[in-house]
Design a protein around this ligand. Structure first.
Ligand SMILES: Nc1ncnc2c1ncn2[C@@H]1O[C@H](COP(=O)(O)OP(=O)(O)OP(=O)(O)O)[C@@H](O)[C@H]1O
Length: 319
């Protein structure tokens, strides 16, 4: 069913550089959450802190009732088994076949016989649509296939939590659409808790149950997808609509007078950015991506559909 992750008052610095401070949020068990934020706001640092690879300066990360920021290395090793991580490039071993790459965590962390390993590897390869590619080397396949192989490897130990670090980076829009569908289907099938770091606005709008946004060393907002999509908070509105107007600048934060002028322009209906040309309005609450036909939906889907129908009756796809 996945486990809840409860983050409370988390702060992280490197020397004098504060990355983020006082971050508090709960990733609900079994749900998909997305973490957004301009480059360099510490999204990857956040993922690494959740999995215990980096120690925060303050705060706690409660997973299955244990604060992983206070665990010793041995206990941390046990808690890490709850996690599957999909790294940006799939992090595959270049000299190993896909089969051996995917079998690797099973051979390292379990004493399962090869016959059982084979059953599990083929099952996960089928889940991600890679059956038949067992003998390929990572260098012989496309970026999209490498991501799927990395995902199959993240699945073999049956994780309760899966962390995705920019799963869509380097993929064309069609491959991103397929990967998003795969993520939604997998979540419905295995019901683990998913956290995805992405820059892709379209994915962030359609895939998750919850969205968070890091900016200016803080968690600006974290909450249900439809709440963030309908938010008037300037940073959230700018990011989710991919606009130049707003507090987020090219390399640094803008000054207050410029932000005020741009927000006034926005309210007057003058928009600049990829989600719409001049005069376009905010994209609103995009319909959520549903599991494919034939994939059973977990019970929480009904509650989420009701919640979304209540807030935006005409924009929610039939769930
Ligand atoms: N181990 C480290 N030691 C020192 N500084 C670090 C370390 N890891 C990350 N940083 C710094 O933390 C900041 C945030 O980095 P991070 O990679 O988490 O950002 P991000 O939001 O994931 O960026 P992007 O979207 O571009 O991938 C950067 O300034 C980076 O240089």
């Amino acid at each position: 069913m996945g486990v809840e992750i409860c983050v409370e008052g988390l702060s992280k610095s490197f020397g004098h550089q504060v990355i983020w401070q006082d971050v508090s949020l709960t990733l609900p068990a079994g749900e998909i959450s997305v973490m957004l934020g301009p480059s360099g706001t510490g999204k990857s640092v956040f993922l690494k802190t959740l999995v215990g690879l980096l120690k925060p300066d303050r705060g706690s990360v409660l997973i299955a009732g244990r604060d992983i920021t206070r665990l010793r290395e041995h206990d941390l090793y046990e808690v890490r088994k709850l996690f599957g991580v999909l790294f940006q490039d799939g992090a595959l071993f270049g000299s190993m076949s896909l089969y051996d790459n995917i079998a690797f965590p099973l051979r390292e962390h379990t004493r399962k016989p090869e016959s059982e390993i084979k059953r599990i590897v083929l099952e996960k390869m089928e889940m991600v649509g890679l059956l038949g590619a067992e003998e390929k080397l990572p260098g012989e396949i496309s970026g999209g296939m490498r991501k799927r192989a990395g995902l199959a490897r993240a699945l073999v130990l049956d994780p309760e939590i899966i962390l995705f670090d920019e799963p869509d980076s380097g993929l064309d829009p069609v491959r991103v659409a397929y990967l998003n569908q795969l993520i939604v289907d997998l979540n419905a099938q295995i019901d683990a808790t998913f956290l995805i770091v992405t820059h892709d606005i379209a994915s962030a709008r359609q895939v998750p149950d919850n969205i968070g946004l890091l900016f200016r060393r803080e968690l600006v907002m974290f909450g249900p997808r439809e709440q963030l999509l309908a938010s008037d908070e300037p940073v959230v509105r700018q990011f989710l609509n991919g606009r130049m107007q707003g507090p987020i600048g090219m390399a640094e934060e803008k000054d207050a007078a410029q932000i005020e002028q741009e927000l006034a322009e926005l309210d007057a209906g003058n928009h600049r950015g990829p989600m719409g040309g001049e005069g376009a309005s905010d994209a609103g609450v995009t319909p959520r991506l549903l599991p494919s036909d034939g994939v059973a939906r977990p019970p929480r889907w009904q509650a989420i559909a009701q919640r979304e129908t209540r807030s935006h009756p005409h924009q929610v796809a039939d769930a």
